[in-house]
Ligand binder design. Structure first.
Ligand SMILES: [Mn+2]
Length: 405
């Protein structure tokens, strides 16, 4: 019976600058900066340990189109390890590491096979004699909006057919619609496996045949929460075995803590510490966003004082921990002591105010200055609907506090 096993990873984003984290203590920032490389090492270690036939990297290997020399050198070191074990690597480049960038090129090892800008087929015969055809293309420039899927055509003559595609499933509107495709189109190609890249959240679009986004190998910001990793895949006539392997060294998490039961500062602190210890895992580290709800702020002379005091104590011993839980963001919201219904009975003004707030539809306009600013344009990603709602609530709270003081 013919059988193949391989690793499928995507969106390595090696040497990601980890924007906005420079204010972290040096030891922690160093570990965060190193994390994409740590994750890459876990890929090569797994490939060697599992003695796979080959490795597929489905685009965005490098974070920037300039492919830092550091990233290339570190990548080359890992490829060399695979070469020594006779494991070939198949690569497509995506929108981040497209071929139109300028970089000082480090020659890769001979086991590394990069797909060209037009869809092409590469052939591999494994050590056990199975013939595999791999299909793919690399981005010639950042914006590839063409339907490249039309160019994938199954060629007869192999035991296994693996499609590699960095692109967007076209019903998804959240991401740039690069090289769009539908699941049905992929199914109709008659391949045995689709190794996708581009979407950073792990998603299995189909089980049979497997059509898989493994997600990125290391979260880079607070929106990329949870374990990140790659798949070890075994294909045979008997079916597919898929095993997810975690590679992230730093895990982003977000948690909501209800502090309604806390009467004192010490109790608030203990609740937070308890949650942090629950989150602490193995030898990995966590960057945590906490939303602390239902705080009785009167006791603390304002949210900022409470935030500073809490952070100071919560972070006190974390730097020394290998599995640190570092609070990168702490949002405090007050127990809702404002009774809107009662306010409405006090004056018609309030009825009108709440109506205006409820029907406010100028939020894009109000947020526009952020995106008109050069830094905002470069770094700020658009607010989600939920985040916009949160901002509205916060604005309402501020307004009512001002009016009531
Ligand atoms: Mn990516």
């Amino acid at each position: 019976m013919k059988e193949i096993s391989f690793i499928h990873a995507a969106d390595l984003h090696l040497d990601s600058p980890m924007i906005g984290l420079k204010s972290l203590p040096e030891s922690i920032f160093t570990r965060v900066k190193e994390s994409t490389f740590t994750a890459l090492k876990r890929i090569t270690a797994a490939a060697i340990e599992q003695e796979v036939d080959f490795v597929v990297l489905a685009g965005d290997l490098f974070d920037g189109e300039d492919r830092s020399l550091r990233a290339q050198a570190r990548f080359r070191t890992e490829m060399l390890k695979l070469e020594e074990k006779g494991i070939p690597v198949y690569i497509v480049h995506g929108n981040h590491d497209h071929l139109n960038g300028t970089w000082v090129n480090l020659e890769m090892t001979a086991n590394v096979h990069v797909f060209d800008i037009e869809v092409e087929t590469k052939t591999l015969q494994t050590k056990t004699g199975a013939v595999v055809y791999l299909y793919g293309f690399s981005y010639p420039k950042r914006n590839v909006l063409d339907r490249k899927i039309d160019d994938y055509r199954k060629v007869e003559g192999a035991d296994f057919h693996v499609g590699i595609l960095h692109g967007n499933e076209s019903s998804g509107t959240e991401h740039d619609n690069y090289a769009p495709f539908s699941v049905k189109e992929l199914r109709n190609k008659g391949f045995d496996y689709w190794a996708l890249g581009h979407i950073h959240k792990r998603t299995v679009l189909s089980e049979d045949p497997p059509i898989v986004y493994p997600g990125n190998i290391q979260g880079r910001n607070r929106k990329e929460t949870g374990s990140k990793g790659f798949y070890h895949i075994c294909l045979s006539e008997l079916g597919t075995k898929m095993n997810f392997i975690e590679s992230s060294d730093i895990v982003w998490e977000e948690t909501e803590i209800d502090a309604a039961s806390a009467q004192t500062f010490h109790e608030v602190l203990q609740i937070c510490q308890g949650i942090m210890n629950q989150i602490r895992r193995g030898r990995k580290a966590t960057l945590l966003t906490i939303h602390l709800k239902n705080i009785e702020l009167e006791d603390y002379q304002g949210a900022n004082n409470l935030k500073n005091d809490l952070l100071e104590l919560l972070l006190e011993d974390e730097q020394a921990e290998e599995s640190f839980v570092w609070v990168v963001d702490l949002h405090i919201s007050e127990r809702n002591t404002i009774d809107k219904e009662q306010l409405k009975t006090l004056a018609g003004f309030y009825t009108e105010l709440f109506q205006t707030i409820d029907h406010y539809d100028e939020i894009d306009h109000a947020l526009a200055p952020i995106y008109e600013h050069p830094l905002g344009r470069k770094y700020a990603s658009p607010f989600t609907k939920e985040e916009q709602q949160e901002l509205m609530k916060e604005a309402e709270r501020l307004l009512l506090n001002l009016l009531n003081n």
